[in-house]
Design a protein around this ligand. Structure first.
Ligand SMILES: NC(=O)c1ccc[n+]([C@@H]2O[C@H](COP(=O)([O-])OP(=O)(O)OC[C@H]3O[C@@H](n4cnc5c(N)ncnc54)[C@H](OP(=O)(O)O)[C@@H]3O)[C@@H](O)[C@H]2O)c1
Length: 328
């Protein structure tokens, strides 16, 4: 195969701003088609982005035999349906985060991919950044002693009350939208699943969590705590604290394409600032996805997405019950 021929399901912002430009950068991919629920919208979108074909329905794109892989940046409640339909059409699937509304949906989607012999990957682009891989390796190598606390946050102001993130029936909410990154990086750095979780939330008038604060207990004295929100200024960070020192990762999830750092602090003093070249995380995940289709072992197994959703579900249950401890 010369290039993987991609189809894009919807005219979503994240496709326009991040994934389609990334696919255009990599020599492994060609963006062949875009689909929308509205044919005119699809045509305009395709013309603007230099995509040769457009379709007025997602299913029509899936029926195009020239398409090898699809990118699904649909609202969260549609991830399951369109992943299954894409798998049944024999297309490999890069689906946006969070993979689904709950762990049971993730299991069904993974089963559909396996039954149809296609690759399914969750588009958690942040964890392919060399800085995140390096941080995980520093933790594992014992650089900061025994890991004790993982502190993360991901917040921003949501001004648009009509946004898909504000709709509970679409799987909206701060936890599903940005807290899912905090859960994911905490689990990645801990190297295991939490044994119990707790959360408290401030509920937006639409019923979604507009702000959520959480504790994850990983057992053996390792805790993560994080907050995520739609009601405050933009903030992203991750601190990995151990018995010997800590690592600070500013702008942990999408540092953009500029150089980024890990600050290493020992005994209260910065001993090293590790610098990383600027990269496009969306190119990295797209290429990893295509290498996986070619038979390479993925860095992260898709089953990881089931555990991430189990934790998210437990956190929402806890938040709905005034911070009740939920054992996993
Ligand atoms: N990895 C990342 O960095 C990142 C960043 C942002 C978002 N995301 C994820 O990407 C997904 C899309 O987010 P987004 O902000 O890009 O969404 P968005 O701009 O609101 O786009 C969603 C698209 O879904 C389609 N759609 C189908 N049914 C819909 C419905 N009932 N209501 C609204 N739209 C509907 C629409 O396309 P048509 O009208 O063309 O059919 C719409 O353009 C979400 O899962 C989100 O969590 C990931």
């Amino acid at each position: 195969m010369d290039k993987f021929r991609w189809g894009i399901l919807s005219t979503a912002n994240i496709g326009r701003k991040a994934m389609i430009p990334a696919l255009k950068k990599t020599p492994m991919a060609e963006v062949l088609a875009a689909a929308s629920r509205d044919g005119d919208k699809a045509k305009t979108f395709a013309e603007e982005l230099g995509i040769p074909k457009s379709y007025g329905s997602y299913q029509a794109l899936l029926e195009d035999p020239e398409i090898d892989a699809v990118y699904i940046p649909l609202p969260n409640h549609l991830h399951k349906e369109w992943t299954i339909r894409a798998a049944q059409a024999g297309k490999h699937i890069l689906c946006e985060k969070p993979l689904a509304l709950n762990a049971a949906e993730c299991e069904t989607m993974i089963a559909a991919a396996n039954e149809n012999g296609v690759i399914l990957m969750e588009s958690f682009m942040y964890r392919y950044h060399p800085r995140i891989l390096a941080a995980a390796e520093m933790v594992r190598s014992g650089k900061i002693g025994t890991l004790k606390t993982i502190e993360t946050g991901f917040t921003f102001f949501m001004h648009n009350r009509d946004d898909i993130r504000m709709k509970s029936e679409m799987g909206g909410g701060a936890l599903m939208d940005v807290g899912c990154y905090c859960v994911n990086i905490s689990r990645l750095m801990a190297g295991r699943k939490p044994v119990a979780v707790q959360a408290q939330a401030v509920w937006a008038p639409t019923g979604v969590d507009g702000q959520l604060v959480s504790i994850l207990d990983f057992g053996e004295g390792l805790y993560a705590h994080f907050d995520c929100a739609f009601n405050q200024s933009s903030r992203q960070h991750c601190i990995l604290a151990g018995t010997g020192g800590y690592l600070s990762i500013p702008q942990a999830f999408n540092p953009g394409e500029k150089r980024s750092v890990i600050q290493e602090v020992m005994g209260g003093k910065t001993v090293q600032v590790h610098e990383f070249e600027g990269v496009d995380e969306y190119v990295l995940i797209a290429e990893q996805f295509m290498h996986t289709i070619q038979g390479e072992e993925p860095i992260y197994l898709i089953e990881d997405s089931i555990i991430n959703m189990q934790v998210i579900e437990a956190l929402l249950e806890s938040a709905r019950n005034d911070g009740q401890l939920i054992n996993l």
